[in-house]
Ligand binder design. Structure first.
Ligand code: NDP
Length: 336
């Protein structure tokens, strides 16, 4: 039974020294408990926040504790009503092979689910984030232009595809030519601009064109946000979902303070900027699932996974996520 614990808190980008792989006994479930075997582990950007003890919306992972994370598990042994060996569940058991659970934060999945890992992505937290942030906060109207950053990722790919279904023009922003090609050719976005390319800001402005941008789904911050501001139309909406470009910062970014430019845009263009944390929307998860499941089954929503093999690959894969090395929703295949 292997588990990966937080060995120390990172200063800036996480390194291998911040993680430790340990071997421990397989725990045995007591009365009212069950033993879960991890099959799939989700790796998500929010985990960088949990590695730090800066104040946030949830407490940090303690040093020497198992790294947190959503998982798809198989019930191995159960002393709990409603769960039997062989059941497939969505759980929050973190970076480890086995865990004992009293069913808190555990949700049963269909045993015959074709792709159980999708419960960690398009049919789970990231898909729900895309759906809710875009439709509730972005409120895109047919004919409007929606821009989304980290466009080929777990959240961004779903945002853009839903926006297309709602009759919008969609501009993705992604790192590299291959991701941009995927966004237009496979995801069906109207355009995708490479934020790593020279002249990124100018290309984005030219791509937005006269029509401008009505909804900007923010996943990134930093220079991508700087480039978006001049393209925004009066009354544009910004669902503020994530700021991944800032997650490894240890202080304020170098260079002049750009806050006045941002705030001037908010004022002059009457922008609506709303941050949101998906946990707050949990009661509406069934409603999302009901709509998203057929979209995925029919292929209206295309979904790509980036699979890291084996629990031991989690630290390296996670570090890559914070640098854009993943291509699609990052999951770790822990066991069959
Ligand atoms: P992704 O699958 O999109 O992976 C992260 C992507 O971010 C990378 O592939 C990379 O894409 C991009 N990226 C990483 N570093 C940088 C950087 N320095 N500058 C620009 N882009 C960068 O992750 P998710 O879809 O899981 O998450 C996307 C965002 O949504 C994150 O900010 C996350 O924190 C947020 N989120 C927020 C939630 C909420 O409740 N508010 C819930 C879930 C996610 P590329 O190579 O294309 O640049």
């Amino acid at each position: 039974n292997r588990r990966i614990v937080l060995a120390s808190r990172p200063q800036g980008a996480p390194t291998h020294e911040n993680f430790r792989l340990e071997e421990v006994d397989v725990p045995s479930p007591g009365p009212g408990e069950m033993l879960l075997r991890t099959l799939w582990l989700s790796l998500d950007p929010y985990m960088r926040g949990r590695m730090s003890d800066a104040p946030s919306y949830t407490p940090p992972v303690e040093v020497d504790a198992v790294m947190c994370g959503g998982t798809v598990c198989r019930v191995e042994e159960s002393n709990l009503d409603g769960f039997t060996a062989g059941d497939l569940v969505l759980a929050y058991t973190g970076w480890q092979d086995y865990a004992v659970s009293d069913s808190t934060m555990v949700q049963k999945l269909d045993r015959d689910m074709a792709r159980p890992s999708y419960a960690l992505g398009v049919l789970g937290m990231p898909g729900f984030t895309a759906y809710t942030g875009l439709l509730d906060i972005g409120r895109p109207q047919p004919g409007e232009t929606v821009a989304v950053a980290a466009a080929t990722g777990a959240v961004g790919s779903v945002v853009g595809q839903i926006a297309k279904m709602k009759g919008c023009r969609v501009i993705g922003i992604a790192g590299g030519a291959e991701k941009c090609r995927y966004a237009t050719e496979t995801l069906g976005f109207d355009a995708c601009v490479d934020h790593r390319a020279k002249d990124f800001a100018k290309t984005l402005k030219d791509t937005a064109g006269e029509a401008g941008i009505d909804v900007y789904f923010e996943n990134v911050g930093g220079k991508v946000l700087d480039a978006i501001l001049p393209c925004l139309n009066t009354g544009a909406r910004i669902p503020l979902c994530g700021l991944i470009a800032n997650y490894n910062l240890t202080g304020l970014p170098e260079g002049p303070d750009r806050t006045p430019i941002f705030l001037r845009n908010v004022l002059v263009k009457r922008l609506k900027v709303q941050g949101f944390i998906i946990f707050d929307y949990q009661p509406r998860y069934p409603e999302f699932l009901k709509e998203m499941t057929p979209w995925v089954a029919s292929g209206d929503i295309t979904y790509r996974e980036d699979v890291a093999e084996g629990l031991e690959s989690a630290p390296e894969a996670f570090m890559g996520l914070l640098e854009g090395r993943n291509f699609g929703k990052l999951v770790v295949k822990v066991a069959d």
